[in-house]
Design a protein around this ligand. Sequence first.
Ligand code: NAD
Length: 299
Amino acid sequence: MTAVGVIGLGNMGRGMALRLASTAHRIAGYDVSREARQQIAAEGIVVVETLAALSARSDLLILSLPNAEIVEAVMKGVDGVLAHARPGTLIVDTTTSYPATTKEVAALAKGKGLAFIDAPVSGGPKGAHAGTMTMVIGGEAADIARAEPILEAISAKRVHVGPVGAGHVAKLVNNLLCASHLLTAAEALAIIRGAGLDPAQVLAGVNAGSGRSGVTEINLPNWVLNGAFNSGFSIGLMRKDVGLATRLVEELGLDLPMATVVAGIWEEAFTRLGASTDFNAITAHPDFASSPFHQRGRA
Ligand code: NAD
């Protein structure tokens, strides 16, 4: 039986660990936060006290960490995965990370006889817990095939999008599109309400037409129109992802005005609404006006 170790037991990692435990996989976890370790231990998951010990005892490691810098530290640190994992260990990075970091740590892993795939996820903490996430995966086909029994337990849909790092490119493109669609949906809602119409009724028409998006079909009915705003994904995380997407745009030497506009508005949302506010709350602010778009428009 594959010994699986989950590194990072937050909203997503905790859900994945619990899901894997419920599907009879041998599972253990580590988190830098004592609170996270205690919480999941109380839920019956084996907690290992150091990263080095978890790395050494696992056949497959799942990373679910806040960002690329932390992935780098967890991989390269003296106590980390590269120093302590056994040759043959397969690392699955589900973090929304940065493609260049992914390629670098994957190459280092390969040099140590380890395998690395990037498999960022969507579906939120509920999807992690239920095993219904979607994964976009970068890596070699043989490594992905080896991970399949574990990936299959935590996700409902998996798409192999290219070599290592491609999963993180796909994830950043996806989230940039979602972040953009939320802003256009905010303006659409303002128009519908301004016209004195019922948003749910008008959106039923939009969703039958070519203007529909994941936001109009999923976010608006589930988290916005009912006032719930409890998706489990925050403005802070979306701002991070949009920031990574614009960093990639710069790295590629592209000039993409829409990406710049969207990033400016999410910065403003972060400042005015706070990091922990549900990301869908931006739909209540179609008037966020200090965006670069307005400045460009006036120039
Ligand atoms: P989170 O902040 O809830 O969890 C991250 C965990 O990593 C925390 O428990 C933290 O203590 C731990 N951690 C930090 N540094 C560590 C270290 N050096 N060693 C071990 N553990 C460490 O974040 P999350 O919501 O679970 O998201 C995890 C990743 O998944 C992020 O990259 C996020 O962008 C991505 N993601 C999140 C969602 C969502 O809806 N929350 C959806 C899709 C993707």
